[in-house]
Write a new protein. Structure first.
Lengths: 254, 186, 186
């Protein structure tokens, strides 16, 4: 059966999945996973023109379906089958939960809405004027407060904040950090040289440190293909490396 | 005061948002025990089908609103101020309304899609508010619905939300769906 | 139509501006000869002193208005509104909340306008407090937020302020703007 489905009619992968389950008259508690995966993938294949962000979310669900399918095909060993959860359980739970809110959204849509179905008085004061100056006032909440700050920062160039983001980060220190890690591992993924919650300045300094190490022929940079992981590989012996340390002051960047 | 009934009616009519008994009490300088029967009287008075509007109880207060049945006619006033909500916006609103406080990660786990943009729109329309931070690692923001949300749908309070069970055809043992693990969403 | 009276009442009630008989005629799809007696009936009905508003004839149309005699009372509605802030006040408060201790010069640099008046209002409302003098030439005053500020926004402490980083993540198209580090706000 050829399905003509426009993905933008669906608010997300769960919405699409629910639609497929219903249109194939499946029981949500007993999804025929092979069939539904096939159907789902065929819909995804049609979406050549979809923007990448959305596609990613739909593809994630495709991966989930394929994963469940593969787990269903695995032979079930007798000993643990009692405790083994149905591979579909998590998905079913999510679908049911999503379905409730999807239905709630439809109920909301049909409820009488102010200014659409129901109106309040368009009141006019008699014979005295109100202070119109107050009209621009907004109700106050945390969102409004944070938004006010956010809008201000967006308009102002960040140079105002250099005094607060200036941290005592030296390139030499970061060169040491990277070489220390390389002494342990010989080979490091580019992403691994950053701490978990790096700040912008930390990122810059780390990057400069990396370039510096390449320039000094201490490390080599390798990449297998476009957009794949970038690897930092130690190009000198550990002994040579330790000799570098005394000169670290040369790399101080003020 | 001689004509408190008249004054209460005028206040409710003139206020741009629903007036609570507390507020009315401050405005009229009368105790709530005196005001309550007056409000009830007004409700009764405008409940007759002869009237085009009635005294609704919304968001913890009272407000005159047009009768729902006249909606198709009143559309002709062409006020078009109403927001048309997208499916994504209504889903997000529903999740937050029923699960509040809810974090962005929880919402996105449930919907399966990035919801930041939709949430921002709802926040800008004052339908959501930030309730604080959740006491879990990373301290994500928690969101809930606002007073304007109640006003939009003419709800007295959150207990007034349609019960999910009423329109959900779930197997009975599952109607009390477990709260999902927010951690899973991350 | 069965209940034209009800519909006319609702139209006049919900309309942004006074409704003329001509307009009412188009809206209700009824001739003016039918509508005129209905409008007169409505005028009569709301003319009693029991009502807080009446059907006024203004600018060639009809509109519900509050009774003139109640004006002194109704003025109080303006004064006793729930907490609202002007954009200027909110901006100033936000800058001080996130960047305290902050001097007036810093605030004015960010806002680009004189902020003395707004700051005075906020100080009068006890939302700000003076933290001391900054050790720079001229020794300007440093400002921070008060306990009342925390109460107003339902915050336990300043760490409860939404981090601008998470906040900006709501709107992907804006993430290029430099998000502030929450830690720096203290």
């Amino acid at each position: 059966m050829a399905i003509q489905i426009r993905l933008d009619n669906f608010s997300g992968p769960l919405d699409l999945l629910l639609h497929l389950i219903k249109s194939h008259e499946m029981d949500i508690y007993d999804i025929r996973i092979v069939e539904i995966t096939e159907q789902y993938l065929s819909v995804i294949e049609q979406m050549q023109h979809l923007d990448l962000d959305i596609a990613g979310e739909f593809l994630l669900m495709a991966a989930t379906l394929i994963h469940i399918k593969s787990r269903m095909l695995l032979p079930v060993s007798d000993e643990i089958s009692e405790e083994d959860e149905d591979p579909r359980a998590e998905l079913v739970k999510r679908l049911l939960e999503y379905q409730r809110y999807k239905e709630a959204a439809e109920v909301f849509q049909n409820m009488p809405q102010l200014e659409r179905d129901v109106f309040t008085a368009q009141f006019q004061f008699s014979d005295f004027m109100t202070d119109d100056g107050e009209d621009s006032e907004v109700p106050v909440g945390l969102y409004q407060l944070a938004d006010a700050m956010y809008q201000l920062l967006k308009e102002k160039p960040p140079e105002v904040f250099h005094e607060v983001i200036r941290e005592t980060l030296s390139v030499a220190e970061y060169i040491d950090n990277i070489t220390d890690k390389l002494l342990e591992r010989k080979r490091l993924g580019f992403r691994e040289i950053f701490s978990n919650n790096y700040s912008r300045s930390e990122l810059v300094v780390t990057f400069i440190a990396t370039l510096e190490l390449v320039k000094m022929h201490v490390i080599n940079i390798e990449q297998m293909g476009d957009f794949s992981e970038i690897w930092l590989v130690l190009a000198v012996s550990p002994d040579q490396l330790s000799k570098l340390s005394p000169h670290r002051s040369l790399f101080e960047y003020g | 005061m001689d004509n408190l009934h008249q004054l209460v009616e005028a206040y409710v009519f003139a206020s741009d948002s629903p007036l609570s008994l507390d507020r009315l009490s401050v405005l009229t300088e009368q105790p709530k025990t005196v005001l309550r029967p007056i409000v009830e009287e007004l409700q009764q008075q405008f409940s007759s089908s002869a009237h085009g509007f009635y005294l609704a109880e919304v968001a913890g207060g009272y407000q005159f609103r047009t009768v729902v049945e006249l909606a198709p006619w009143l559309k002709k006033l062409n006020k078009e101020r109403a927001t048309r909500f997208s499916k994504a916006a209504l889903e997000t609103l529903a999740i937050i309304a029923y699960r509040q406080p809810a974090t962005r990660a929880e919402i996105e786990y449930l919907r399966g899609v990035d919801s930041g943009g939709v949430m921002k729109t709802l926040l800008d329309k004052n339908l959501l508010r930030i309730l604080g931070k959740k006491d879990v690692p990373g301290r994500p923001l928690m969101y809930g619905t606002s007073r304007q949300f109640l006003e939009l749908f003419g709800l007295r309070d959150l207990n007034d939300l349609p019960t999910l069970k009423e329109f959900s055809a779930l197997a009975p043992e599952l109607t009390e769906a477990d709260p999902l693990n927010p951690e899973l969403a991350e």
